[in-house]
Write a protein that binds this ligand. Structure first.
Ligand code: KG4
Ligand code: ZN
Length: 360
């Protein structure tokens, strides 16, 4: 059985995993960087430093959990892009060193293809493989991309965000309201407590490609809404709560969040979900023969999105990864590396990290 060690370090998670064959996960370790919280977003210099600190212990733990040594591996894979240059470099360079020292081949993986393979792997492992051709909606802090996947490995870009990514919109709105970083999980937690129809935000009217996304107008609309009200005291109260407690409970948040703000959060999330699914439905309709929709990336954790994304809403069966494989991890990198290994598509030790690497 093939055993692939994969490393992911494109943003603020240092992760390593070992996959046996196509679907058997022998280990998966994810070290999330906590240093960025107080800055309201990922600080690239701090991210590379944290990756440097974590990479060796994270890979060691992945090997130990699997009960394997470097010499038991058949290949080492790493994310080569897209992502933060300094962050990518740490994982890719370490993978090159492993390849050089042990003689096993190096496989370079596109991070976005990794998010797609998280779903392909889990669906296959559950005995309900994703049917192709499929649509893939990748929604994370860095990406909002809609692809046609004729088969795994063959992609065509149908639409992408022209400004903020969906996760970035969650993060920026949360920061504005004093909910800290990352913003998605808090908004997800509080949205069910508000009235999602209380505020009508107008969806972006895209000129040109109707499958492109835009979230900066929504972000500005939220900012205007906040500016028109006196919210300083409640925002300060939430920031104070976060200083003493990096992960407040629902009750603690509710104590510093009035109903009007819950309505705002709910309406914002509702608008984002509506935009994502409207685009997916439009793509499913225009693409004859699409048999499924894959939704992956950090925003795929969102409970409201999971509940709303039914076959009825988009026209084809919808596949989500489990929450652990929705956000950045290395299992998805190993899963994307497996077909490349089978096809003998190895990378040279000279390969560079590519912050803007495209999938299609
Ligand atoms: O895939 P990911 O871990 O990293 C990137 O490749 O960007 O995604 C992180 C993003 C963040 O913007 C975070 O706020 C968002 O995913 N996110 C969520 C939820 N959990 C994480 N957004 C909405 N609802 C959630 N439950
Ligand atoms: Zn990601």
């Amino acid at each position: 059985m093939t055993r692939i060690l994969a490393i992911e370090s494109s943003c603020d998670e240092t992760a390593a995993a070992i996959l046996e064959g196509e679907t058997r996960v022998l280990s998966s370790v994810v070290a999330s960087q906590m240093v960025h919280g107080k800055y309201g977003g990922v600080v690239p210099e701090l991210a590379s430093r944290e990756h440097l600190r974590a990479i060796v212990p994270v890979v060691r733990e992945a090997l130990e959990t699997a009960g394997l040594k470097f010499t038991d591996l058949d290949a080492v894979a790493a994310t080569s892009g897209p992502g933060l240059a300094g962050s990518l470099l740490v994982g890719l360079t370490y993978a090159k060193a492993i390849s050089f020292a042990t003689g096993i081949p190096l496989i370079a993986v596109n991070h976005i293809e990794g998010h797609i393979h998280a779903v392909i792997l889990e669906a296959a492992a559950a005995g309900k493989p994703v049917e192709f051709p499929a649509l893939a909606l990748i929604v994370s802090g860095g990406h909002t991309h809609l692809f046609e996947a004729r088969e795994p490995g063959s992609y065509r870009l149908l639409g992408r965000t022209r400004d903020d990514a969906a996760g970035e919109a969650f993060d920026k709105v949360a920061k504005l309201l004093g909910f800290g970083y990352p913003g998605g999980p808090v908004i997800d937690l509080l949205a069910p407590r508000g009235n999602a129809l209380a505020i009508r935000f107008t969806p972006a009217n895209m000129k040109g490609n109707k499958l492109d996304f835009s979230f900066s107008g929504l972000k500005t609309a939220v900012l205007r809404w906040v500016e028109a009200r006196d919210m300083e005291a409640e925002i300060a109260a939430r920031k104070a709560l976060l200083r003493g407690n990096p992960k407040p409970s629902l009750e603690e948040w509710l104590a510093v969040t009035p109903p009007a703000t819950l309505d705002l959060v709910a309406s914002f999330q509702h608008t984002v979900i509506g935009e994502l699914l409207r685009h997916a439905a439009r793509a499913a309709e225009s693409l004859e023969g699409a048999r499924s929709l894959i939704i992956s990336g950090g925003v795929a954790c969102n409970s409201g999105l999971r509940a709303a994304a039914t076959q009825h809403a988009v026209g084809v069966p919808v596949y989500f990864p489990t929450r652990a494989l929705s956000t950045d991890n290395a299992v998805m990198i190993a899963a994307a590396a497996y077909p490349l290994f089978r096809a003998g598509k190895f990378a040279s030790l000279e390969i560079a990290a590519e912050p803007n690497l495209a999938l299609a």
